[in-house]
Design a protein around this ligand. Sequence first.
Ligand SMILES: NC(=O)c1ccc[n+]([C@@H]2O[C@H](COP(=O)([O-])OP(=O)(O)OC[C@H]3O[C@@H](n4cnc5c(N)ncnc54)[C@H](OP(=O)(O)O)[C@@H]3O)[C@@H](O)[C@H]2O)c1
Length: 300
Amino acid sequence: MSLIIDGKKIALQIKDELRAAVADLKKHHNTVPGLAVILVGNNPASKVYVSMKEKACAEIGVYSEKHLIGEDSSTEELIGLIETLNKSEKIHGILVQLPLPGHMESKKVIESVSLSKDVDCFHPYNVGRLLTGEPVISPCTPAGIQELLLKSGINPEGQHVVILGRSNIVGKPLFAMLCQKSKGANATVTLCHSRTNDIKKITSAADILIAAIGKPNFVKADMVKNDSVVIDVGTNRISDKASEKGYKIVGDVDFEDVKGKVRAISPVPGGVGPMTIAMLMKNTVNACVSRIKATGRKQQ
Ligand SMILES: NC(=O)c1ccc[n+]([C@@H]2O[C@H](COP(=O)([O-])OP(=O)(O)OC[C@H]3O[C@@H](n4cnc5c(N)ncnc54)[C@H](OP(=O)(O)O)[C@@H]3O)[C@@H](O)[C@H]2O)c1
């Protein structure tokens, strides 16, 4: 029987610990961690992600602000808002929900977020620190995947990890994290993408396979090794007439086909998704703690 890795349950445990940490910060430092979430336009999936993040803040006692910006706004207007939030005492983390509308300069926007409030770890300086093994902050989805593995008793050390997808949000930072000479990492990592030759040969050699390509049910049983571990990051909407919404969410892995062959597998939904949000909360609380240390705010 394969272990079905329960990301929802692990995320709940992390949020419980964070709720206690938030209460402690309030009691001893009279400070409440704060997260600002910026949503540009009306992308339905982005709206869902933003409301999930607001809900998580409320659950653990983090102050949250939602800023809705019109689809036609300029890059300068958005950066103006970020600069105001960079200075705000109430805000410790700033998240700009991606993707931004095509006319906006995402790179400029990402680089305008204060380094200490970059809770997504998208700023090139923070990405560089991650690569050199001196992270100030860890990116939410890759950190969530690493935590999911470790909390399920699966240590990547010495293992051959194959990652499908080389995005700046998942594949590349995850590669950087898992190849570090550090606890919970020390893996031999192979990064695959759309130009990789003979993907099946590579995935079949993986001790741990992590799929992040955005292709519904791409990974089949004949692509994985017996008794390996499979982590599915994919979050794909496919049409489903039986569902009230008219669609359902599936991963990049054909769960039903693969689950009988592997030692452990994370489902979609209920795997990596909840962990990403838990890590965002953790980064926001940690950013608040760092600010308290930096400003030397006295214990009350
Ligand atoms: N659960 C969560 O918290 C979470 C967070 C982030 C993303 N996601 C999901 O994860 C998936 C990936 O998102 P992303 O933003 O990381 O990716 P992305 O920016 O869409 O990039 C996709 C990557 O997959 C590669 N790729 C596409 N088709 C491929 C194929 N047939 N074989 C091998 N590689 C292929 C692409 O290669 P090239 O570089 O060569 O084009 C690219 O590197 C999406 O479903 C997304 O919704 C989930």
